[in-house]
Design a protein around this ligand. Structure first.
Ligand SMILES: *Cc1c(COP(=O)(O)O)cnc(C)c1O
Length: 462
């Protein structure tokens, strides 16, 4: 049977597995249970113990095995092992959402009175978490422009316990100089935590550039079909928590939940003490567990990750090139375009293709109200691309950050994130790229006729 509490990967095959093989096979041992060829949905809250003696050993973490699905579930375990292998990690924790992944990943590193340095260009929900909820809990966060490496260094304090950024930020697809930020983290003696949601391990293995921990909203590309929320935290095994043990008492000092010793002593050789902490404390206590059913759906999605990402990125680049030539468009924020300030970074960090989540600005009228009407009209004309607050879906999706995902941000925060009133976000799906381009071309057609706005308003289809 799969084991609940250990988080080491099953033995590797003799030859190293390539990405495409790992995304289909990693983590699953078909000899377990009913020898299903595909991971089964273990939809069971609890697991039956053979004896009270066995239950006692399992609860004391002396023995590995399944206890209760809030802490660990065999279907979730396959998902964890598969993502860990794709990211090159030593262990992973599957959780209920990306939001939960970010929260538990950082809570396991920083507690009250400690400090985190984070990029300013983060997902809105993460900004809320760090700015409001972490502040309530006495964890201070300094936000820096992710491209300003000196600002990262300057923000580090003796109480800093993590650096946090997204490898590709949204909506305007800024590509992080991961190597430079990783160097700051190394100097500071703290782990670099990377939200790799938009890139996925197919476009970027953050470990190759110096990240220590990766988190994902598996809701997005890993699942890929817009059906299931999920998140995952991966320990890449690169950060040595024993180098300055006094900084990490939660890992290096006696942990009451394992007998006789610390998590480093219990799991240091065989797995990830950090993931054990995430699971046995934060997921256990706060309860954001991934359901077996969602883990099953995320596994289904993972099996086609490389194929989907190839289509997503190729189509997105074609769409970006089309938009770049359209007279109604002022600017396209896509790092695959030579004109993007992040083009060089994209080439260095995203060898398999660039983000399929990106934004563009419609040509502004100079008047906010008129700009909003313009965007409204444009979005109402789209037929293939759907107005949905999600990304990484098989469907192409559109969003208007200023009135949706980023609506509670101040004007300064919006400007810092390069979001204007006419900024439109796209997540390019798996449809035929020609249909997506045609859809945009149709929707932009009369809007491009900017010399004559009054007629434009009259021509809106009723
Ligand atoms: C969506 C998203 C999250 C939050 O994930 P949920 O699964 O919606 O909770 C975190 N980070 C990034 C980059 C995201 O896109």
């Amino acid at each position: 049977m799969p084991r609940a509490t250990d988080n080491d990967l099953p033995p590797r095959p003799a030859a190293p597995r390539s990405f495409a093989t790992a995304q289909v096979q990693a983590g699953f041992d078909s000899s377990v249970a009913e020898n299903t060829a595909v991971p089964a949905i273990h939809q069971s809250n609890g697991f039956e113990f053979r004896s009270l003696a066995e239950a006692r050993d399992l609860f004391a973490l002396r023995k590995d095995g399944n206890i209760y699905s809030r802490a660990a579930n065999p279907t979730v375990l396959v998902f964890e092992r598969r993502v860990a292998e794709l990211e090159g990690g030593i262990g992973a924790a599957g959780v209920a959402s990306g939001q939960a992944a970010v929260a538990v990943a950082l809570l396991a590193l920083a507690k009250q009175g400690e400090h985190i340095v984070a990029a300013r260009q983060l997902y809105g929900g993460t900004v809320d978490l760090l700015q409001d909820t972490f502040a309530d809990w006495g964890i201070e966060v300094t936000f820096v422009d992710q491209d300003d490496i000196d600002a990262w260094s300057a923000a580090v304090r003796s109480t800093t316990r993590a650096l946090f950024a997204e490898s590709i930020s949204n909506p305007i697809a800024q590509v992080l100089d991961l190597g430079a930020v990783a160097a700051v983290a190394r100097d500071a003696g703290v782990p670099l935590v990377i939200d790799n949601t938009v890139a996925t391990p197919y476009l970027q293995r953050a470990k190759d550039f110096g990240a220590d921990i990766v988190v994902h909203s598996a809701t997005k590309f890993l699942g890929g079909h817009g059906t299931s929320l999920g998140g995952v935290v991966v320990d890449l095994g690169t950060f040595d928590f024993t180098a300055q043990p006094e900084r990490w008492p939660q890992l290096t000092q006696t942990y009451r939940r394992v007998p006789d010793g610390s998590l480093v002593e219990r799991f240091g050789e065989t797995g990830s003490p950090y993931i054990a902490l995430v699971k046995t404390k934060y997921v256990h206590d706060l309860g954001p567990s991934l359901s077996a059913f969602n883990a099953f759906q995320l596994l289904q999605g993972l099996e086609t990750l490389d194929l989907r990402m190839q289509r997503h990125t190729e189509s997105a680049l074609a769409v970006a090139r089309f938009l770049d030539t359209n007279p109604a468009v002022a600017r396209v924020h896509h790092p695959g375009l030579e004109t993007s300030p992040w083009h060089a970074q994209a080439q260095a960090y995203l060898p398999h293709g660039v983000s399929s989540v990106f934004a563009f600005d419609l040509r502004t009228t100079g008047d906010d109200e008129a700009d909003f009407r313009l965007v409204e009209e444009f979005i109402s004309r789209l037929q293939v691309i759907r107005l949905v607050a999600n990304i990484g879906d098989a469907r192409s999706l559109v969003a208007h950050p200023a009135s949706m995902t980023h609506s509670h941000m101040s004007r300064t925060q919006l400007a810092e994130a390069h979001i204007g009133p006419t900024t439109v976000r796209l997540s390019i799906g798996l449809e035929d790229a020609r249909d997506i381009v045609d859809d945009l071309a149709r929707a932009l057609e009369r809007i491009g006729d900017s010399a004559d706005r009054p007629r434009l308003a009259e021509s809106v289809p009723s």
